[in-house]
Design a protein around this ligand. Structure first.
Ligand code: SAH
Length: 369
């Protein structure tokens, strides 16, 4: 036992905490008590858990820890968006972004260091893949920000979580789904399943694995109404083309039940996927899927070959979708001045310059062809 690193409590869902107590020869009913100390009263020190016996506190401290990643930088945008850069395993850093908006405090968490998928318009993909976050590292992002907000006097804390930061959550399935369980558990954050969202570029078998395992909300990054274009923008499409992806979405939403829907994300890029013809094809494509659509005007980053569309093009695109009957939200760009907007997260603190050089080396780009 002694030479193993202690288990980080943040990585355990309710069953995991029960198993911890069982392994320690303690009663399982302690689970609620312990989790409420950590998540409701926000106590991270076993000694502060005054209704647990001294012996139990010592035993817990021997076999487990309640560890937060170190905050290496914190930024605040003029629009109120905030970003934390957190140190995770192997000297890597990831970013977590808080977007306060009309009574909602949405936290955009990272699930991987970098990403394997290399979507052509996303800066995270450009750094390659450097590893999975643990469930504890995902949950700790929520704990850390929730705690800080409450200490600053915002009693609501984190109200919504979206796994739309760095990485592809469904390629880190167990950690992402366990983390979602903790977010939705009443013993922990108790956030409604409608307010915890996993966003995926379209890992079809993993969408099916969610069925029967979780009731988390799902967002799918579509970005194109046909395979030829999506193959270029979201390369995983070559493996799981649109028809298969939408079939898995229909199965998941059928499982969630009538009052739920899937969110379709569509990043608009000038001259690439933003014409009225694209909007029309998209509207037809989604006909049989219970969904809402989120339009995201492209957020530029150093070295990208893509551009944000005109406001008029965005408006026409949205209007067409709304007129065909889709609830269509335009996601306003937030946190641009602190590089916290969608697709701008790179996590680096020290090697930004080198990365910028690599971006430049890629230009002129052929990706937009
Ligand atoms: N891998 C997951 C989650 C991370 S990306 C996924 O693909 O869904 C979160 C969202 O931001 C995705 O819809 C992604 O396509 C979008 N995005 C990435 N780069 C962007 C950029 N530069 N501008 C606007 N949106 C971007």
């Amino acid at each position: 036992m002694s030479d193993q690193p202690p288990i980080n409590l943040f990585g355990l869902d309710r069953r995991g905490v029960e198993a911890l107590f069982e392994a320690a020869g303690e009663a399982r009913y302690r689970t609620a008590q312990l989790m409420k100390w950590v998540y409701h009263r926000r106590v991270r020190d076993y000694d502060g858990m005054t209704d647990l016996s001294k012996a139990l506190r010592n035993r817990l401290a021997e076999i487990s820890a309640i560890d937060l990643p170190q905050v290496v930088a914190e930024h605040r945008s003029v629009d109120g968006t905030r970003k934390w850069v957190l140190k995770v395993g192997n000297g890597n850093a990831v970013e977590t972004v808080l977007i306060p908006d009309r009574g909602r405090n949405t936290l955009c968490v990272s699930t991987q260091v970098g990403c394997m998928l290399d979507c052509s318009f996303c800066s995270t993909g450009k750094q390659g893949f450097n590893g999975n976050l643990t469930a504890a590292e995902i949950v700790a992002q929520v704990w850390l920000v929730d705690d800080q907000m409450r200490r600053e006097g915002d009693e609501r804390g984190v109200t919504n979580v979206v796994m739309m930061g760095m990485g592809e959550p469904l390629l880190n399935f167990d950690a992402a789904v366990t983390a979602a369980d903790v977010m939705m558990d009443d013993f922990a954050f108790g956030i409604s399943k409608r307010r915890v969202t996993i966003s995926t570029a379209g890992v079809v078998p993993a969408i099916r694995r969610l069925i029967g395992r979780s009731e988390v909300s799902l967002a799918v990054s579509l970005h194109a109404p046909d395979d030829a274009l999506r193959d270029v923008l979201v390369p995983i499409n070559r493996k799981y083309p649109i028809a298969e992806l939408l079939e898995a979405c229909r199965e998941y939403v059928a499982y969630l039940g009538e009052r739920r829907h899937i969110t379709i994300e569509y990043t608009l890029m000038r001259g690439v996927n933003d014409s009225l013809a694209h909007a029309k094809r998209l509207a037809k494509l989604l006909r049989d899927l219970r969904c809402k659509i989120n339009l995201i005007p492209f957020n530029p980053f150093p070295g990208t070959g893509y551009e944000r569309p005109d406001e008029a093009a965005v408006r026409d695109f949205q209007t067409h979708l709304m007129q065909t009957g889709y609830a269509t939200m335009l996601r306003t760009t937030r946190g641009d001045d602190i590089a916290a907007a969608c697709g701008q997260l790179v996590g680096a603190v020290s090697d930004r310059t080198r990365r910028a050089e690599r971006y430049r080396a890629r230009l002129p780009t052929t990706e937009v062809a």
